[in-house]
Write a protein that binds this ligand. Sequence first.
Ligand code: GLU
Length: 552
Amino acid sequence: MNYEKLAELLFPNITKTTEDYEALYPQRDLKEGARVTRFAPSPTGYLHIGGLFGALVDVLTAKATDGVSYLRIEDTDKKREIDDGVSAIINGFDSFGIDFDEGVTGFNQEKGAYGPYTQSQRAEIYQTVAKDLVKKGLAYPCFCTAEELSAIREQQEKGDALIWGYFGKWAKCRDLTFEEIEENIKAGKPYVLRFRSDGQEDKRIFFDDIIRGKIEMPENIIDEVLLKSDGIPTYHFAHACDDHFMRTTHVIRGEEWISSVPKHIALFKACGFRVPKYAHTPQVMKIDEEDGTKRKLSKRKDPEAAVSYFVEQGFPKESLIEYLLTLLNSNFEDWRRANPTADAFSFPFNLKKMSPSGCLFDLVKLTDVSKNVISVKKAKDIYDTLVVWAKEYDEEFYTLLTRDEEYAVNILNIDREVPKPRKDIAKWSEVKDYVSYFYDEIYTPDYTFPENLQKEDVAAILKAYSEVVDSADDKDTWFSKIKDLCEPLGFTPNVKEYKKNPDAFKGHVGDISTVIRIALTSRKNTPDLHAIIALLGNDKVKARINEAIASL
Ligand code: GLU
């Protein structure tokens, strides 16, 4: 067979060669050991938490080695694609501060010298490499119809073939003559382009997975489809061309791709491309609430499978990143203790320290991490982020917050910017309820006074307090006023004394402040009561006390 002639017959319009692209996309000029990584999602409509996890691994690996990370959109499967898939991915990454060095940055936008970074814009590259494969006798057109392919499959299922697929003796079109091919093409028969595998059933391949170590698998023997009948490449072929010309050094991707590695290695080699290094990351799993088993996060059952969930809930981006880092490398927490204020992206991430087994995503742990993250933020920073969140997700709260910025910042500053800040808030969607008693519009009184106190005593405490309250008092004055209320009302300012002799008193100073706290906020637990009173002001405090007395 004259493969040159066949290549011209199949690709009359392709005038470039693989060498032209080698020149167009030269080796990157990076320092020794720098890693080039890519995140390569298909735009299927939403960003999965596993995607964020994977992208983080790519970005951190590149950063830790002074390399390059890039975002490539793999949109060759038009059936799976949805309209706004690319924006969903980009917005998801933007929301969490994932910043690739190169690649797609928005609709029809990209940066970097190795583009285009969207597969649908790279048709000529794939066709050129495919043409060169035909010239080398490593690819051939296959005219089998869907019916013929299922007939082959049926026979394989009946027989004792260990592998099913288009290979060896089953590969009918492997040995068509030039004349047969030419005739089919003239007759307008549709065809795909297949890889001519030289793999053997009894041979094995070995590769080193950075996360999993040595892996041994049977060699690929399948004549995989490279170009579909519309000329669009399959994922397998496209990614090999792209990873090569984008000069990827490390292919880091989900473990579901391990089984494809033999196929990929065969393709890289056939194309004359250097095989990249591989690292297959574990799945993000969770413990099922119902049956306690470990399973994959599912879009259908778990709202937290979609990255947008964390945006809507208002988890600060640092919280999610911080939490994912604890899942990625077990030494992250030590590093964090040693570098409490460092940017998480400067963590010296190490692929080798990743565990190969599925990692458990635990919303409760994320919540704890987030409370820590938020507790050390400045009130004004919290306010600024909260307002942006509220504008999008809670109009009413947004209006209240922005009506009086200083008031809102002061509320957020209670028990904050102190050595032991409160760790009450994990996400922005909780804040409205948390601060509701500061805003009449969203506050509904609902008092449950301590059971150990008589109604008359509660009323007496409140009445006495409303006579002395002054929201301008400093903390000491405020507290001595509370203490002074005790004895006339039959309480003691001394908790120890009360404990020694509980029958001698109606209660102690703590009961007094609890009653006041509940009357003002309807809660047993709040941040510093003195600060709350100072912010509410005399009028509101007195009005709330009267309301509480009336309710008794
Ligand atoms: N487009 C593939 C996917 O979304 C990427 C696989 C890879 O990273 O090689 O699953």
